[in-house]
Design a protein around this ligand. Structure first.
Ligand code: URA
Length: 216
């Protein structure tokens, strides 16, 4: 096992309490599904912030872990909370359409996760301590999936992935370097486009930019 992998496994054990990755070294880093499953099991017993009490389901992530593009939203909404799958409500439908317009298949070409794995009551904004408690799970997902391109959907994910607390208008529309050293495109959250349809053309351009990066 290389030094980088060993450090990652130690981090998973210490930060996330994932111990089974050590069993006989059964898990290889290239075995993304096994590693994600280990993280998913940790998420499904998480009590690191109070949101586990009010959620219906934990929403871990969905899509192809071998995809080149990983999209990161904010937090589950009502439909996601009920179904346990990210972006399945109205905003999710719009997201699927935007991906299709850019020539991307949601199941095949993308992995989708959120900064928070539990729905904040009434879809209120995530709190900083909730983000701090939950973000190691996203961190692990990104380090396991190792996408070539990250797409941030909305302000919270844009701030987290870029490490810059700038207004969304100044983060979007260009290629940024994420805190993971992976190319990042920040765009509007689909729910914001539903509220203000004028944003859709800029959002389309952002998805085209993600596609361009994927083809490089
Ligand atoms: N909004 C998000 O940010 N994520 C979802 O999964 C659904 C709505």
């Amino acid at each position: 096992m290389g030094k980088e992998n060993l450090e990652f496994f130690l981090w998973m054990k210490e930060v996330l309490g994932v111990s089974e990755v050590f069993l006989g070294e059964r898990y290889e880093v290239r075995d993304k599904r096994s590693l994600l499953e280990a993280i998913r099991r940790q998420v499904f017993q998480c009590r690191k912030c109070p949101l586990y009490r009010t959620k219906t389901n934990y929403v871990f992530g969905d899509g192809n872990p071998d995809a080149g593009l990983m999209l990161v939203g904010e937090a589950p909404g009502r439909d996601e909370d009920l179904q346990g799958i990210p972006f399945v409500g109205r905003a999710g439908k719009l997201l699927t359409e935007l991906l299709e317009e850019a020539g991307l298949d949601r199941e095949k070409d993308v992995y989708i996760a959120n900064v928070l794995k539990c729905r904040p009551p009434g879809n209120r904004d995530p709190k900083p301590d909730e983000i701090a408690a939950c973000s190691p799970y996203l961190d692990a997902q990104i380090r396991i999936i190792k996408p070539r391109v990250l797409g941030a959907l909305g302000r919270y994910s844009g701030h987290f992935l870029s490490g810059q607390n700038l207004p969304l208008s100044s983060l979007r529309g260009r290629v940024l370097q994420s805190i993971y050293g992976i190319k990042l495109v920040v765009t509007y959250h689909p729910a914001a486009i539903l509220r203000n349809p004028n944003l859709i053309d800029r959002s389309r351009k952002d998805f085209e930019l993600m596609l361009k990066l994927l083809r490089e």
